[in-house]
Design a protein around this ligand. Sequence first.
Ligand code: TNX
Length: 636
Amino acid sequence: MTDAAYRLETRYTPLDDERMGRFDLTLHNLSDRLLSDFTLCYSAVTRAGRGATCGNAALLRRVANFHEFAPPQGFTLAPGASWTFALEGLTHRPKHRLDGPKAAYLALKTGTARVTTGDLRTDAFASGPLRHIPEGKAEIPLSVTPWPQNCAITEWRTEAVVLVPQPATNADDLAATGKIAALSQRLFPASRAPFALTGKGLTLTFLRDASFKADAYRLDFTASPITLVSGSASGRDYGLISLAQIAGAAHADPATFKLPARGTITDHPRYTWRGAHLDVSRHFWPLEDVLRFLDIMAWLKLNAFQWHLTDDEGWRLEIKALPELTATGAYRGAGLPMVPQLGSGAEAYGGFYTQEQVRGVIAHAAALHIDIVPEIDIPGHSTAVLKALPHLIDPDEPQDSYRSIQGYPNNALNPGVAATQGFLDTVVGEVAALFPGPYIHVGADEVDKESWLQSPRARVLMQYEGLANTGEVQAHLLRRVQSAIRSHGKQLAGWDEVSHGGGVDAEGTLLVAWQNREVIAKLAAEGYDVIASPGQAYYLDMVQADGWDEPGASWAGVSTPQTCYEYDAAGDLPAGLAQRLKGVQACIWSEHLVNKALFNHMVFPRLGAVAEAGWTEKAGKNWQRFSFLSRLLPKL
Ligand code: TNX
């Protein structure tokens, strides 16, 4: 049967505040056979609410985004015919075309059949504006993103010549030149390499100056003709990346961009932490994509990669002592313990990274001056863990006694279950041994406030430890995880909810503030080191315009490319706390990113905008220039 045999189309009509809205779903039989004896399964981020009702169908199952419907008894669908049914009572009001079913299939007596899905449509709103990036304007013919702190260029070359290290260049600088040439070629395989190691070209001289701070560099364009001065390997490599961008653009578009002939570029980063986070759980990004993403980060001088390795929808890291975590927890599909979600269909979908592969990713990142912060999202967002290791569930806790914001029933690791501590110690131990960086990020986001309250085992713990509510139970669990992490010589990092319920020891703890801008100052005042990643500006899964046809989510609002670019985190905290702000971070959640085209639309140019906020001092930023140069950003 071909892909086009069945198609599901969905229309949305808003209803009152209690029912939120109605979906009218139509299944078209485009095959040449009569369809009978089937149920229809789909996943959609706009879910059937607790009291949802159906017309002309019955809702058999709902697990987070997954829904299964049966047609009326004895129903058949002839070739060319369609079946329309209604679902009334949604969890929220959809706002964009990707908010309806993203993947669907039929469960038949003989197996499953694919159903293609259309966009969610509505008569309630006009299409509305799509994202807009102005053509922009470059004041000088130089292409570098993020923009350097200081560019004083007095003369430009007429020709874009390949750059060649001078003959006496030491092995280390030569290797770096080869490394950045290869990076540039991986990102732009159809373009000329900016550097050659031998032969004719513009001579590039390397100089070390110990007074330069880490990451800082200077490019002198003089009679030499180019000298790159730096105080560290990262500063030198950032200088080479700037040169590669400048030379690449000058070669590709000589009418617009040029190589400087005389002048100086002096550069250093504004923040030590210039982060990007990638969710590989909701959507599994294969190893090649992760490596390319690191290349893109390096090109933008981003240096901290928060690798969101686990979530309800999939556990993506091999843990040698617990093979079930990936055997069961890395795949979802029809008939599997983990049901299909978020754009995956009946076929088993997923994957994970072996520790061997992770070592390769770490080495790749290290060569590009990127630290990896592994994220193991606990205690919430743990459906995959609990499916893989059901002995971590309190057997006496009623099923579905609470639901996460994404609709998962009972999805938090339970500190009242004795085995939970051993599980956490095992995972922390392997993660600490595998990743060389100073932080282990433990998530701690979005634990439902009713979590554990109906678990008899959790109740015993609460009574024994004097814990009054879910927040305090969470903090109790996290303090134990913090000591486990510290026993391996590392520090705890997490989302801002780590601070809830009394929090953990703030000393050395790094929190990523995501819920709103106010949280940044609040965490800093409590003594935590803070990374600013407010959803309203830096969540790259947020829509870039409020039109219906724009892809993405909008719980935090609309983050237009300009809003994202112009947001200045330092403005959100009092001067006295400024030193607590270690930097900024873009977060890439992949609920909506079911393919690379959507990834590229959502992530660019905003990843470049966050990179520039992390690198370039506020006074040096310029939206028109950024827009103009953003068309040159590499894509996944
Ligand atoms: C909130 S941000 C989440 C994620 C979702 C994201 C979607 C955070 C720490 N938790 O689980 O993917 O919103 O925008």
